[in-house]
Design a protein. Structure first.
Length: 195
């Protein structure tokens, strides 16, 4: 057992040293250039307007969390994904849990400052489960929208992200003639690191 731990430690040390040596021979990349990976997430204060049978209801407010991963395929152009956005709303004895996965292609504008404005498209799927009195119902549907904001460098490899996001969520039951779902407007703040 002790031998395998020592061997694993030596292998890890070798990988870290090799990565450091290869990084020393390369010029340091700037955020938003080809090949950069961005990882992190954000929390959002969300205002949701429910839509049932084409009729809109009263706004509901909640907090949600959205992880994020992105890869720059060209300077400024990033292909991203929000792989598991989760929001939970509870009113009385009724709870609604929404899970979503969204593709998030974006363009990050280069500036001479530490601030990077961005515009992002959002499209994917949302699943919603309503739990009330021991029973539950689930529906799923298409979601699309967008986000605009800024990323500001706060550490050498860390970015504070602030943005405004709109999502149009459709959650129609099978055979529904008019739209059900919600419209969401959110103010989000988060933190990402880039490699």
């Amino acid at each position: 057992m002790r031998t395998s731990v020592t061997l694993c430690s030596l292998v890890m040390a070798f990988v870290v040293c090799a990565a450091g040596v290869s990084a020393q021979g390369q010029p340091r990349k700037r955020f938003g250039t080809t090949g950069i990976v961005e990882l992190g997430g954000s929390g959002a204060f969300t205002a949701t307007q429910p839509v049932a049978g084409g009729n809109t209801g009263s706004w509901v407010y909640d907090l949600s969390f959205m992880p994020y991963a992105g890869y720059f395929v060209a300077d400024g152009f990033e292909l991203g994904i929000n792989p598991a956005g989760v929001s939970v709303t509870t009113v009385g004895d009724t709870s609604t849990v929404r899970l979503r996965i969204l593709l998030a292609p974006s363009y990050n504008f280069h500036t001479p400052t530490m601030i990077t404005p961005f515009v992002e498209g959002l499209a994917g799927l949302t699943s919603s489960s309503l739990m009330h009195g021991g029973s539950s119902t689930s529906v799923a549907g298409f979601t699309f929208g967008g986000r605009v904001g800024i990323k500001s460098a706060v550490t050498e490899r860390g970015m504070l992200t602030i943005g405004v996001q709109y999502l149009r969520i459709t959650l129609n039951a099978k055979g529904a003639g008019s739209r059900s779902g919600s419209n969401e407007l959110a103010i989000a703040a988060g933190y990402t690191v880039w490699l």
